[in-house]
Design a binder for this molecule. Sequence first.
Ligand code: ADQ
Length: 458
Amino acid sequence: MRGTSSFLIVANRLPVDRVGEKQWRRSPGGLVTAIAPVMQRRDGAWLGWTGAAGEELKPFDHDGMHLIPVPLSSMEVEFYYEGFSNATLWPLYHDVVATPIYSRVLWDAYRAVNDRFARAAADAAAPGAVVWVQDYQLQLVPAMLRKLRPDVKIGFFLHIPFPPGELFQQLPWRRELLEGLLGADLVGFQRPGGASNFVRLCRKMLGVSAVKNDIQLDDGRTVRAEAYPISVDFGELDQLVRESHVMARAKEIRAELGDPEHVLLGVDRLDYTKGIRARLKAYGELFAEGRLKPGEAVFVQVATPTRERVEEYIRLRNDIELQVGRINGEYGEIGRAPITYMHQSFGREELAALYCAADVMMVTPLRDGMNLVAKEYVACRHDLRGALVLSEFAGAADELRQAYLVNPYDIDGMKRSMITAMQAPPHELGRRMRSLRRRVATHDVNRWANEFLTALES
Ligand code: ADQ
C-alpha cells in the first residue's frame, strides 16, 4: 500500500514540543518556519521522534501539519541518539574536538533506527512524492528508502560540517554511510567545502566517478552534492525587535546588568563545539591584565541545556561553571560580577531583547555547520549598532565577511578582537552591520528551502 503524502520531511525530531500531558506547541526555529508553508501547500507530513522514550503514538495533526511519530525505546535513545549520533558522529564531524566513540553496539542501533525511519517514510509517501531527509542522525535513510520506494525523489540535508577525508576515514562504517547518502538525488551541505569533501571521499572509497559535483553511479543515477547555506527568518526577527515591548525589555536588561559600558553576549547550546571555554578564558584575562574593570563590562552567557546524559556534556558543564565561578570570584565586586551565566532556555522575545541589549555578540565555535545565532543577531540589529565577533570555523563566516573574524584557538587574538569591537566607533559599526544585514536579508531561510527544493525537483 502507498501513503498519501506528496511531500515528506524525515527528521530525528518532530517539529513540536510537549506542553503538559496532552498538548503540543510548535518548536521554535527556522527549519519549521521555513518548511511549514511548503507542507501546507503540498499536503505534507513530518516524520520523527516525539522526544520521549518508549512512547507509541498514532499520527496526529497540529497547526496545519500532519505529524507521524516514530517510536524509540529507551535503549535506542541511549545507543542510537546519545551514542552513535552524539558520541560518535557529532565529535567526528566537528574536527574530533572530543574523542569519538567507535562501538559496534551503537552502530547496530543506528542502523536499526534508520531502517525504522525508512520503512515509516516508505509507508507514508504518495507515489512520486518528494522526501526530504534531515541531518546526521539519518544518513542511512536515503539508500534504505530508495530500495523500498524507487519512485520517490529523495533529498538529504546535513546541518553539521562534513569532515575532510583524513578524519572521516577513521569511521569503521565509512562506506556504509557514504552509500547511505548516495541513495539521495540531492545531498545538501552548509558549505562548498563539505560538498567537495563528500565527492572526494565517494571517489576514493567507493571508486565512483564524478564530474564536478555530480556523482555518477553504476546504476545510471546521478547524485548531486551542493552547498545550501541555511539561514534565519530575517523578516520575522526584524519585525519582532521593532515592537515597543521588545525594545523596552532590551533597555531594562541593560539596567538590570547595572548599565555597564559594554555588554558582551554568548548564546549557545551548552556544547563543547561552541568554544565557550576559550571565549570566557579570553574575557577573564582582560580583567586579570587590568584592561577591563568590574562594572565596565558584563558578559552574559546563556547556555541552553542539551544532551545532558552524554558524559562529555556533563564534564563541560562542570568546567564552565567552575570557570565562571573563578572569574566572578576573583575579579568581581559586590553587585558587579564580570559574567552573568544562565543554564536556561529562553523564549524568542527575551532572546531578541538580549540581542538588542548586547554591544558585542561573541560567536566563537571551534567548528560549526552554520551557526544561526550569528545571523539572528544581525537580523535583530536594525539600529545598525552592535558588533559581531565570529569564528572563522563557523559556516556563517563564508557569508558574514564584515564580522570581526577570529580564530577561536588564538586567545590573544580573541582578546584583541573583543577590545577592537568594544571600542569601534559608531560609523564603523554601522558600515559593517549594514553589509551584514544586506546579506542575511537577501539570503533568508525561505530562500534556502526554496533553492534546495527547486534543485531537487528539477
Ligand atoms: P545548533 O548546533 O543547535 O544547530 P545554531 O545554529 O546556533 O546551533 O542554532 C541554535 C538555535 O537555538 C538558535 O536558533 C538559537 O536562537 C537557539 N538557542 C540557543 N540558545 C538558546 C537559549 N538559551 N534559549 C533559546 N534559544 C536558544 C545545528 C548546527 C548549526 C546549524 C543549525 C541549523 O550545529 O551549525 O546552523 O543546526 O542548520
